[in-house]
Ligand binder design. Structure first.
Ligand code: 5RP
Length: 248
């Protein structure tokens, strides 16, 4: 019956959510265990997967008495660092990081990333760019051959508020698709980033040369940063459905 089917679908969805959470944790723990050593400056990313990495980092700092300094990529990351009693710093004091760990919305076969589902792409890219090693953690749903196959929300682009209409039109004219202003869940207004800017989600129509597209979008007046991370990720840890961790 329809009712039985509904219950089945709900259970299935709940099951896959639990699986995804477990997969995030697996990836996060493996990355922290393999890449964090004593006396490091660590960039802390944003999102839900990074929460597990900070849990593990705090556990190791406590147990192994590690001397670790953390640089956040967002207000959320800053709060996580403080809540876990970790040492908080910034790029003024630590402009060179040993490693940065962060999540991703989608990862293609060349390790090009879409980031910014949580709107923190600009600070995430700055911190990743200051790190000797940029390590990505994700669950199996983010693993993709080609961008756009898994993540359907498009490429986030942070823009100066007054420029969101001309930037949106310029992106659509030049590259096709549609660049839509991201609204708050309440629909009461646009999402405002940690840098007091807006986000456009560019729903592209087909795979492109992401390096060229990233550079071209950045040249549009009013664009602050894109969520395309090209040639930045050194390794990606995927937590898999079968409980293993795939490293690429
Ligand atoms: C935030 C980000 C996140 O890292 C990305 O959205 C992945 O988040 P999650 O770990 O919750 O899937 O880029 O701006």
């Amino acid at each position: 019956s329809v009712d039985t089917r509904h219950v089945f679908l709900c259970r299935k969805r709940r099951y896959s959510t639990i699986m995804a959470e477990e997969a995030k944790k697996l990836a996060a723990y493996a990355a922290v265990d393999n890449h964090i050593q004593n006396n490091q400056v660590v960039g802390v990313g944003s999102g839900s997967t990074i929460v597990y990495a900070v849990d593990r980092l705090a556990e190791r700092v406590r147990q192994e008495k590690l001397n670790i300094v953390c640089v956040p990529t967002s207000f959320q990351a800053r709060q996580l660092i403080l809540q876990h009693g970790l040492s908080l710093s910034d790029l003024d004091r630590h402009p060179e990081l040993d490693v940065a760990i962060d999540g991703a919305d989608e990862v293609d076969s060349a390790l090009t990333l879409i980031k910014g589902g949580g709107g923190c792409l600009t600070q995430e890219k700055i911190v990743a760019g200051c790190a000797k090693h940029f390590i990505v953690i994700a669950d199996y749903r983010k693993d993709s051959k080609s961008l756009g196959q898994q993540w359907k929300k498009g490429v986030p682009v942070e823009v100066i508020p007054m420029a969101y209409v001309p930037v949106s039109r310029a992106i659509a004219r030049r590259f096709g698709g549609e660049a839509v202003l991201r609204m708050a869940v309440s629909k009461a207004g646009p999402v405002v980033t940690d840098n007091s800017n807006f986000i456009l989600d560019w729903k592209f129509e087909h795979a492109q040369n992401w390096k060229e597209v990233n550079t071209a979008i950045k040249m549009i007046p009013g664009v602050v940063e894109t969520g395309l991370f090209v040639g930045m990720a050194e390794k990606v840890y995927f937590g898999m459905e079968d409980g293993s961790v795939k490293v690429r």
